[in-house]
Design a protein around this ligand. Structure first.
Ligand SMILES: [Zn+2]
Ligand SMILES: [Zn+2]
Ligand SMILES: [Zn+2]
Ligand SMILES: [Zn+2]
Ligand SMILES: [Zn+2]
Length: 616
């Protein structure tokens, strides 16, 4: 990551060349998932915010294609974040200084970095020679706005004067060795009483001082403040609530990315005139052969692909949520299968039925197993939020933008490859179970809690017909099933749970889960997970997983908890039983309930797999 050149970090002065700096080992994928646009990153004793993608140098940012996802996110393509170049000490990802406020641990002065007048490329107090410390506290709202903590207003207790008019200098000291906010004291030399940081994390105390969100977006160069009515909250610079990525992903499924279509897309020939296509391949004769196609085919598909399909969800009479549509298409591909016909370069998706007899799994309530022997997933960063973590199915109006430019037609993304096992439940049996009033009743409170959370977090929008929650017995059942399978494979098969991921296919016409390995570094693929999909083996795994799910070391507390867990959107689920590492779960470890698998001990709620669990 490249901090701004030191010339821009001082006020005035001659432009200096960017200094090579040790930036730590930030991996490409982390620039999407952990240190994406708008996230703060500590470099040496300074702090920066990752700048908008319109400022990135994308010369070394390979373009990747995922046509279905690109249409939904309304971009042309995706790019891997530019790779760091340790030789030059720079890379294509830009950062900007944030927060502005720094303090000196020696003289305690607390002021904007520029006011210290540090030597170029240095960040120490010119009077004391001590390394400066970036402000520990920042102010952010749920819409993603972020600004410096308003120390001046805080110590002057809502005084009407504008900043600095008292003529004093601010200092920040920590009294005693305690880590409590009470020991962090702000003082102004103008003589107002000292004020500790105690209470700064309460929204109410900020409101009482008239502190509002100023609508600032310091990650975007030249961004004007936006009007904002949210109540800002103070947070620690390094806290996890300071940045939540909002990721969207899609599996590459046929026909996209395969053979001639993959070639047309990658060579950017969609809609290209025939002459241009012929000329393009005259210079690259080997390509056609490698993709096993002909120039006539390319010309045909270049035209067809330019004419096809409007943005998903827009063309149909009853608009379908485009993200649901993405999953539906994947579900159909997973059910249908796609035998291996080409090399992985020209066929990203290979999915086949297992060889053995399915009777053992049919008896358990599974209708089908499919072995996804080759998978490619593109995960893109659509935007981000701060404060409370975003929930599934929340309206997207909260997303903070990644750039200001109208010319940017891509999003940062990572491409992961792997393999997995897809399981589909028996639709008839599922319908019978999910219409049982006791089952509906069991999940209803979770659904209501979820709706309440969505309402609380999103300002009412008269255009939308009220929030929707995906929570249903089927949804929670499939989700919990995915968790116990991942747990079982990691306990029994030796896969680290964090290397396995779930992908849920729950809806009126979907009842499946995909558990897969997917890593962004090609060497990291574990392999062998498809072997777990052998029907006999999977039946044994499921029996064992259900036996484990029947009991938790926190029982009876865990089993009896009503809508417990983070934000009350879990039932019988805790860290001792079904919760997973966060990298494995696509729903933030919410919407889980063991009861739906194995039934309530009282017998009041039947579990989908109850009979099997009872036999164990
Ligand atoms: Zn100092
Ligand atoms: Zn003052
Ligand atoms: Zn705001
Ligand atoms: Zn538990
Ligand atoms: Zn999950």
């Amino acid at each position: 990551m490249t901090p701004p050149p030191s010339s821009r970090r001082r006020s005035g002065g001659v432009p200096a060349r960017p200094r090579a700096r040790k930036l730590g080992a930030v991996r490409r994928s982390q620039l999407v998932t952990t240190y994406g646009v708008g996230a703060m990153i500590a470099i040496d004793n300074e702090s920066f915010i990752v700048a908008g993608i319109d400022s990135w140098n994308i010369d070394d940012a390979p373009e990747i294609f995922e046509r279905r996802l690109a249409k939904v996110l309304r971009v042309k393509s995706f790019r891997l974040p530019p790779a760091p170049d340790p030789d030059r000490g720079v890379d294509g990802v830009r950062v900007r200084r944030f927060p502005e406020f720094y303090s000196c641990p020696e003289c305690r002065v607390l002021q904007p970095f520029s006011a210290f007048n540090c030597l170029p490329g240095r960040a120490n107090c010119p009077s004391c020679q001590e390394d400066l410390v970036p402000s520990r506290f920042v102010l952010a709202c749920d819409d993603g706005h972020i600004e410096d903590f308003p120390y001046w207003k805080w110590v002057h207790r809502g005084s009407e004067q504008s900043r600095g008019l008292c003529g004093g200098t601010l200092t920040l000291r920590t009294e005693g060795n305690t880590a409590s906010l009470r020991s962090v004291v702000v003082r102004c030399t103008c003589g107002v009483p000292d004020v500790s940081m105690e209470g700064a994390f309460r929204v109410k105390s900020l409101r009482e001082l008239g502190i509002r969100c100023e609508g600032r977006r310091p990650w975007l160069s030249g961004a004007k403040p936006q009007p904002c009515t949210r109540h800002p909250r103070a947070m620690q610079r390094g806290s996890s609530s300071a940045w939540h990525p909002v990721m969207r992903s899609a599996l590459s499924i046929p026909p996209w990315g395969e053979g001639v279509r993959g070639l047309v897309e990658r060579e950017k020939l969609i809609g290209a005139p025939e002459d241009a296509i012929r000329w393009h391949f005259e210079k690259r004769p080997g390509l056609l052969k490698r993709a096993d196609t002909t120039i006539e085919e390319v010309i045909h598909f270049a035209r067809e692909m330019s004419e096809d399909t409007p943005t998903p969800g827009e063309s149909v009479d009853a608009p379908v949520d485009p993200h649901t549509l993405l999953r539906k298409e994947e579900y159909e591909s997973l059910c249908r299968g796609n035998p291996e016909q080409r090399t992985s370069e020209w066929q990203p998706f290979v999915c086949e039925k297992p060889e053995g007899d399915l009777t053992p799994v049919h008896a358990l309530g599974l209708a089908e197993i499919m072995l996804a022997k080759r998978l490619r997933e593109v995960r893109a960063l659509e935007g981000f939020t701060r404060g409370v973590a975003p929930l599934e199915s929340e309206p997207e109006q909260r997303l903070a933008e990644l750039h200001l430019s109208h010319d940017v037609d891509w999003l940062p993304a990572i491409e992961v490859k792997g393999e997995g096992v897809f399981v589909r439940l028996d639709e008839d049996r599922l319908r019978e179970w999910e219409t049982n009033p006791a089952v509906i009743e069991q999940v209803e409170q979770m659904r209501l809690n979820h709706l309440a959370l969505i309402r609380e977090r999103t300002p009412s929008n008269p255009k939308t017909s009220g929030p929707k929650s995906p929570v249903s017995p089927r949804f929670v059942l499939l989700h919990t099933l995915a968790h116990i399978l991942i747990n079982e494979w990691s306990l029994d098969g030796g896969y680290p749970a964090s290397a396995l991921r779930e992908r849920l296919y729950a809806g009126d016409t979907m009842a499946g889960i995909l558990v897969y390995t997917a890593t962004s570094d090609s060497a990291g693929s574990l392999g062998g997970i498809v072997a777990q999909g052998d029907p006999e083996r999977l039946a044994a795994t499921l029996r064992s997983a259900l036996a484990r799910a029947a009991w938790c070391s926190n029982d009876p507390l865990c089993m009896e908890s009503g809508a417990s867990g983070a934000d009350s959107v879990n039932l019988a689920a805790c860290h001792a039983c079904v919760l997973l590492p966060e990298t494995s779960c696509e729903l933030n470890n919410s919407f889980l309930d063991r009861t739906l698998l194995v039934g309530a001990p009282s017998g009041a709620v039947p579990g989908y797999f109850q009979q099997i669990a009872a036999v164990n």
